[in-house]
Design a protein around this ligand. Sequence first.
Ligand SMILES: O=C(O)C1=C[C@@H](OP(=O)(O)O)[C@@H](O)[C@H](O)C1
Ligand SMILES: C=C(OP(=O)(O)O)C(=O)O
Length: 419
Amino acid sequence: MESDAIRLSHPTKSLQGTVELTGSKSESNRALIIQAWGGDRVEVSNLSSAADTETLKQALNSVAAVRGGKETTVIDIGPAGTAMRFLTAYLTTATGRYLLTGSERMKQRPIGILVDALRALGADIAFEGQAGYPPLAINGGFTQTTDKVTVKGNVSSQYLSALLLIAPTLPKGLRLQIDGELTSRPYLTMTLDMLHDAGIQHSWQDDTIYIAPQKAQHCRLTIEPDWSAASYWYAMVALSRDAQLFLPNLKSQSLQGDAAIADIMAHFGVASSFTDGGLLIRKVTDSPSTEINVLDFKECPDLAQTVIVCAAALRRDLSFTGLHTLKIKETDRIAALQNELGKFGVKLLEEGDVYHLKTGELQQPKRLSFDTYEDHRMAMAFAPLALAFDGIQINEPHVVEKSYPDFWKHLKQHGFVIT
Ligand SMILES: O=C(O)C1=C[C@@H](OP(=O)(O)O)[C@@H](O)[C@H](O)C1
Ligand SMILES: C=C(OP(=O)(O)O)C(=O)O
């Protein structure tokens, strides 16, 4: 066994009980930025325990402590993508000099589109390494030259959210024109909805969002549980023998696009019912409908790994679209999926913008050991396979800390044997 690895099995393959999920990392990270400029007026509750949220919180504390000093403050946000993008925009508005860096992978995740947009507004940012990528040298506190900026919409919605999150603090406000197709749209509307909850108005006409300079109103931003985290429990229910799980405080109307997992998993035999206190998910059939052939992940890219691995185990030869952003996330998620699915004989074939899952006969090799590529979602998407196979190994399991630190503890509480 690798030095840092766990073995995972589930003797009964039955899941019952309650899973208390942590707060949404996406909502939490937006709330922290709004609070950073909104001050005491903005209260935040049920913040995520995600390492990415903790990292952003600490970074913002260190910015508050600097108070415009002349020394350069180094901020290392590790693998946290939203923290990198949101802080890039926020630091241009804070006084002080900053060097914003991250993990080796973060230095390969593009940020040029956001930097260009901030520079167009008047911000002072330089690439310290390769042009277009972190680390960034930011000289905060700029004189805004224009309110108009045009940003490509199909690479990462995080660039747009980062700009919108500082828009109310800009002296001229922000007129953000989205160029071309918009990817991950629910994350953009989450940003606008959370700003609205803090009293910030916007208008959105055609391809342009406008936010005037405004102050936050007194508000409490209550973070919902994380739907992306819920997706792994859906996959476990789908692969179980029988299951009924209660996920407190999840609502059908969510700011999170990943609530789409409820509809997707209905095709995999999992029924969802919302009560006042949360969500009940149940395994209802072993032979789910075969009426869908294609699933699109353009609006919910973080669900792709969960669903593709689950479909592989259920031997559903589906096709997938909207996966174009997966190559620039925590790892190249397409390559990672192809490698790891291949370990039990499943292929994910690329044909232009469409990916086809080819399962055939499931092969159970003697030792099924999955690598995680420093990607929390690789670990959590493959873990449910412990219900489909006799036992599996997950390498570098600590990666789950990025968004769901209690993941393994929760699995143990629900009958998984982890050694
Ligand atoms: O704004 C956010 O909170 C996020 C947006 C998405 O990224 P892209 O917009 O880059 O697809 C998503 O994958 C990420 O996990 C979180
Ligand atoms: C892509 C993700 O996060 P980020 O971009 O914030 O690193 C994720 O959580 O799947």
